[in-house]
Design a protein around this ligand. Structure first.
Ligand SMILES: Cc1cc2nc3c(=O)[nH]c(=O)nc-3n(C[C@H](O)[C@H](O)[C@H](O)COP(=O)(O)OP(=O)(O)OC[C@H]3O[C@@H](n4cnc5c(N)ncnc54)[C@H](O)[C@@H]3O)c2cc1C
Length: 470
């Protein structure tokens, strides 16, 4: 089941969609504006399906497209693009709907919704072809039942489509690389409505490995390499309470030092909030002396430690699936760093704002390991492999009006990073307020991505707020 909608609404949608299969796409046939088609259903405002399909994971963002095309297959996507071209509508793409800034919806254009395109099929040598609407929970269920693994993100309701096309990091990326590093082939409907395959154009594959989110076409199938799954994983949690500014800074500095030589099967996150510092460590390999040393060092730094049981990987991953229903939040990349030295000059200001803003979280995650593979660097548009750390800023709230102060504070922190010339941000954690986003997300690869855009979408049919420009 697609988990991005409230269960009640989704059941309603399923019933309606089934009814539509038996009859017709009701809303649009009523005003005769859209042809009937088995590969794709078109919905406009007023249709119950429209309202459900329109929504994304972030309740803060509401956009209203003129038409939503619910595609059933690649041919349906091509038909949707032809319809958009004929009616001069910009096209935005939605797979799992988890874009933090709502870049998978638009106002007044067409949204191609791929949430029903979630099939998976196995090929030779453990290769897996996946449609982009498949959620990570669905994907992990499929592959782990065959004792195979594909490195993905932690949240179960994120779509494999958006995750892969922007990079994709998670608990096991240090061992297996980013999700996009395992991408072997894509099928795409380009901005002109043509169905193309990357087997005929390695440049397209290069672009889709980290630079393919809503830029030049709709990816409808992705073929991945998979790996024998690690059998188990163990998690360790460390907490420091009553953190005064000096202690907070020490914890940050020490965390960087301790994690710089983390074993590849380990991941760590440092999560800082108003009064506590929390460290997560996961390990999907043997409990070696190296891991024991890291645990000992984190223990010295904190007040309370918890060691989880070593459990089967499928069970361990589920612990990190998080919320699967839409929520109010802002979460964005807050810089990629090479070491504590990158932020030491101004981190106190960031920590002070974090400490004085309940509801705000500043988190730093380990990258590094096999993400830094030189071949992957050459073969992908993801430009940030030299950075061993990725940070994110998060704020959450309950009701529509509560967010204003938090958003101001959020921007104040982002301003500190911008003023201090942070030069790399992760495209999958975009921020609408990044001014020079093209350089921040894609670095020197932006111009090469522009050439791909020129080839596949010269008329700029495919658009989102921060899409590559011709
Ligand atoms: C709760 C949560 C947890 C997360 N955890 C992680 C994590 O652990 N690791 C990580 O790397 N990221 C993580 N992310 C970020 C996530 O990778 C991105 O938000 C990702 O883009 C979501 O993919 P989606 O298909 O769900 O989103 P969508 O909103 O559907 O799409 C995201 C972007 O990709 C484009 N796009 C989507 N599908 C296609 C397609 N088929 N063809 C072309 N363009 C397409 C959209 O136009 C949009 O710009 C998380 C996000 C959330 C909200």
């Amino acid at each position: 089941m697609n988990q991005q909608y409230p269960r009640k609404e989704f059941l309603k949608l399923t019933v309606l969609a089934n009814a539509a299969l038996l009859t017709k796409p009701l809303a649009l046939l009523a005003n005769n504006s859209v042809p009937e088609h088995p590969n794709v259903f078109f919905y406009k405002k007023g249709a119950a399906e429209y309202e459900v399909l329109r929504k994304g994971f972030n309740k803060r963002i509401n956009k209203y497209p003129q038409v939503i095309a619910l595609a059933k297959n690649t041919a349906g996507v091509a038909e949707a693009i032809q319809y958009a071209t004929k009616n001069n509508l910009p096209v935005t793409i939605k797979s799992g709907g988890h874009c933090m800034e709502g870049f998978s919806c638009n106002n007044g254009g067409m949204v191609i919704n791929l949430s029903e395109m979630k099939a998976t099929s196995w090929g030779a040598d453990g290769q897996l072809t996946v449609q982009p609407g498949c959620t990570l929970a669905e994907l992990y269920n499929t592959i782990l039942s065959k004792k195979r693994y594909l490195p993905g993100g932690s949240c179960g309701s994120v779509g494999i489509g958006g995750l892969t096309l922007g990079g994709g990091y998670g608990l096991l990326s240090r061992k297996y690389g980013l999700t996009c590093d395992s991408l072997l082939e894509v099928t795409m409907v380009d901005g002109k409505g043509a169905i193309v395959n990357s087997a005929a154009d390695p440049e397209l594959l290069w672009a889709c490995r980290g630079g393919g989110n809503g830029n030049f076409g709709v990816i409808t199938e992705m073929k991945f390499r998979t790996y024998p799954a690690p059998a188990t994983m163990q998690s360790f949690r460390f907490r420091a309470f009553k953190t005064d500014p000096v202690r907070m800074r020490t914890i940050v500095e020490q965390w960087f030092l301790i994690t710089q030589n983390l074993p590849p099967a380990c991941f760590s996150a440092l999560v800082l909030s108003a009064r506590t510092a929390y460290i997560l460590l996961t390990n999907a390999a043997a409990h070696t002396a190296e891991v024991a040393k890291v645990i000992q060092q984190f223990t010295r730094l904190t007040d309370k430690q918890t060691a989880g049981k070593r459990v089967p990987l499928a069970q361990a991953l589920k612990v990190f699936y998080a919320e699967d229903q839409p929520i109010f939040f802002k979460n964005a990349s807050a810089g990629l760093y090479k070491s504590f030295g990158d932020i030491s000059g101004y981190i106190d200001k960031v920590l002070e704002l974090t400490r004085s803003t309940p509801g705000m979280i500043y988190q730093i995650n380990t990258l590094g390991g096999n993400i830094q593979n030189a071949e992957a660097e050459k073969d992908s548009a993801f430009p940030h492999r030299a950075y061993g750390y990725f940070s994110e800023l998060q704020t959450y709230w309950e009701t529509e009006t509560q967010g204003n102060r938090l958003l101001q504070r959020f921007q104040a922190v982002q301003d500190i990073f911008a003023q201090n010339k942070i030069s790399a941000q992760y495209r999958n954690y975009p921020d609408s307020n990044f001014k020079n986003w093209a350089h921040l997300y894609y670095g020197a690869n932006y111009e090469r991505l522009q050439q791909v855009k020129k080839k596949y979408d010269p008329d700029n049919r495919i658009q989102q707020e921060q899409s590559v420009q011709v």
